[in-house]
Design a protein around this ligand. Structure first.
Ligand code: ATP
Ligand code: MG
Length: 566
């Protein structure tokens, strides 16, 4: 499922293309053999699974090559940035299992240095203040096939620009009245090189520098120089920055010598089917209440996946599995779900939960008697031990495990049929009752006392095995059945429609009358379980001491895989 080109290069050398670059640099003792990466989120939203790929890649490379990886907040756009996002980003990275070098860094810590370097560029005739309106500047940039038009301010004396730039900083001018531009090449076929803007005026409070600044550096100016300041050697980013690379290098040419130079390397961003990933769109879903916050279990955010029941390891395994590619592609979201299923299969204790209960009375089981059934916690994990589950005369089973008039192949409960209650006895349905609407209210069974699981009579075989919960011992719970948030494979891919038109109306179904075995009494948020025959589930943070709230992480098998095979 990963990129075939990438797969091929892996097979040839065992390395992905970024590892190959790093190994060659190490071989050549480039940058004195240092390997120093960074992860540079903009704190304008919560991190998503795409960021997780980038985190696993950058922090993972640092680990592989005994290097370092910085966390740097790219906080140059105060209009959209908030402390809440800064905090959530740090929490998510730690939860994924990575540690940043030293302390969190902030591009805003470099504002003074960036300003000084901008002054140096002006003095060297490499930057100028342009007093034209933004629209005029865009217009003059032109189109890639023809050279742009030079600004009338392009060749003004440096002293003039220096004076104006200082006054821009001092707050003398309104937003949008002037900008600082790099003097690169108005004829370059690469539009990013046509005298890009380095600074704009923005009278806006910043979450860290408060009101100290009213000019803010643009991404291209701030980013590469921040890499340079921090001693980054390999600046890994996504493919849309490929065309920015000449500018990244041009700025460094103005400041750096050949002894040390960060290198920008681009890889393909993660795209997932049935998922939107842009922070702008995720913010829209939150703001317009299509979901219940950034950590809604249907969101592709790291906090959403966490709340859904994903483990850090399952996400890291997913990132490994998809690899790094140089061409954009779309990964099947089923692969992400496979990764969590795979990990939970190893670690999640098996328990009984009945989501849509109907009562079964075992008429020949002594009233008031309780028998403790010994059940294995996890057949995949010999160390997980076993627990005792109480069995009594009245139990719950799933409503859809009974049929009044079942077809031959229905190996569950029906009049006159026998099934095994898992870990307990074989029971035979003798009778059932319905209410005036024809809805099943109660099933009457007899049990075979010689058929106890693990006992001497246990070798008797019946076709069906059901899960169950003892009525008097059951814990009540609300269970939230989550499904994919979008019902279309590519919700962004329809020009005539908004991505929100494809929200899956069945993405959340809440069941309020669920019955759990009593061992879940002490369960706390983020505890994970396999509800036998049903899927993987976890305890939600909305739980209270009197009411458990449970999220379904994934069903045992992928229901979407079946759909697409049909
Ligand atoms: P979005 O486009 O989703 O709004 P962004 O690129 O604006 O995200 P940043 O905070 O700038 O978000 O991203 C931080 C780092 O994460 C960058 O290095 C970026 O390249 C990387 N990143 C963002 N989205 C993805 C993705 N889908 N796959 C891989 N890496 C990503
Ligand atoms: Mg970005």
């Amino acid at each position: 499922m990963s990129d075939p080109e990438n797969e091929k290069s892996r097979k040839n050398s065992g390395l992905n293309f970024i590892e190959s670059i790093i190994e060659e640099d190490l071989f050549n003792n480039k940058n004195q053999g240092r390997v120093h990466l960074r992860f540079p989120p903009e704190p304008n939203g919560y991190l998503h699974i795409g960021h997780a790929k980038s985190i696993c890649l950058n922090f993972g490379l640092a680990k592989t090559y005994d290097g370092l990886c910085n966390l740097r907040f790219d906080d140059t756009n105060p209009e959209k940035e908030e402390v809440e996002y800064v905090d959530s980003i740090m929490e998510d990275i730690s939860w994924l299992g990575f540690e940043w070098h030293d302390k969190p860094y902030y591009a805003s810590d470099y504002f003074e240095q960036l300003y000084d370097w901008a002054v140096q560029l002006i003095k060297n005739g490499k930057a100028y203040v342009d007093e034209q309106a933004q629209e005029k500047i865009s217009e003059q940039r032109g189109v890639p096939t023809r050279p742009g038009t030079e600004s009338p301010f392009r060749n003004r004396p440096p002293e003039e620009s220096l004076g104006l730039f200082a006054r821009m900083r001092d707050g003398e001018f309104e937003n949008g009245t002037m900008v600082l531009r790099a003097k690169v090449d108005m004829a370059s076929p690469n539009m990013h090189m046509r005298d890009p803007i380095m600074y704009r005026i923005l009278h806006q409070h910043h979450h860290r520098t408060a009101d100290k600044w009213c000019i803010y550096p643009m991404y291209d100016w701030a980013h590469g120089q921040s890499d340079f300041i921090e001693g980054i050697t390999h600046s890994v980013c996504t493919l849309e920055f490929e065309l920015h690379r000449p500018l990244y290098d041009w700025f460094l040419d103005q400041l750096a010598d050949e002894r040390y130079r960060p290198q920008q390397i681009e890889f393909a961003r993660l795209n997932l089917s049935y998922t939107v990933m842009s922070k702008r769109k995720l913010l829209e879903l939150v703001r317009e209440a299509y979901v219940n916050g950034w950590d809604d279990p249907r969101m592709p955010t790291i906090s959403g996946l966490r709340r859904r029941g994903y483990t850090p390891l399952s996400i890291r395994n997913f990132a490994d599995r998809i690899g790094v590619a140089k061409r954009n592609n779309v990964i099947d979201v089923g692969l992400l779900e496979f990764s969590v299923r795979e990990h939970l299969n190893q670690i999640a204790p098996r328990v009984f939960a009945v989501l849509d209960p109907v009562k079964v009375i075992i008429t020949n089981f002594p009233e008031g008697e309780v028998e403790q059934m010994e059940l294995v916690n996890n057949p995949e994990d010999p160390d997980a031990g076993s627990r005792r589950v109480p069995f009594s005369r009245e139990i719950y089973i799933e409503r859809d495990d009974f049929m009044e008039d079942p077809p031959k192949k229905f190996f569950r409960m029906g009049p006159g049929r026998e099934v095994r209650l898992k870990g307990a006895y074989i029971v035979k349905c003798e009778d059932f009752e319905k209410d005036e609407n024809g809805r099943l209210t109660e099933i009457h069974c007899s049990y075979d006392p010689t058929s106890k699981s693990g006992g001497t009579g246990a070798s008797r075989k019946v076709k069906g095995t059901l899960h169950w919960v003892s009525v008097q011992h059951a814990i009540d719970a609300e269970v939230r059945l989550y499904d994919r948030l979008f019902s279309d494979e590519d919700p962004n891919g329809h020009n005539d429609k908004d991505f929100k038109d494809f929200i899956n109306p069945e993405s959340l179904k809440t069941l309020t009358n669920c019955k759990l075995e009593p061992s879940l009494k002490s369960a706390v948020p983020e505890d994970k379980f396999q509800f036998q025959r049903l899927g993987y589930f976890c305890v939600d943070k909305d739980s209270t001491p009197t009411q458990l709230v449970i999220n379904r992480t994934v069903p045992l098998r992928d229901p979407w895989a079946k759909k697409s095979k049909r």
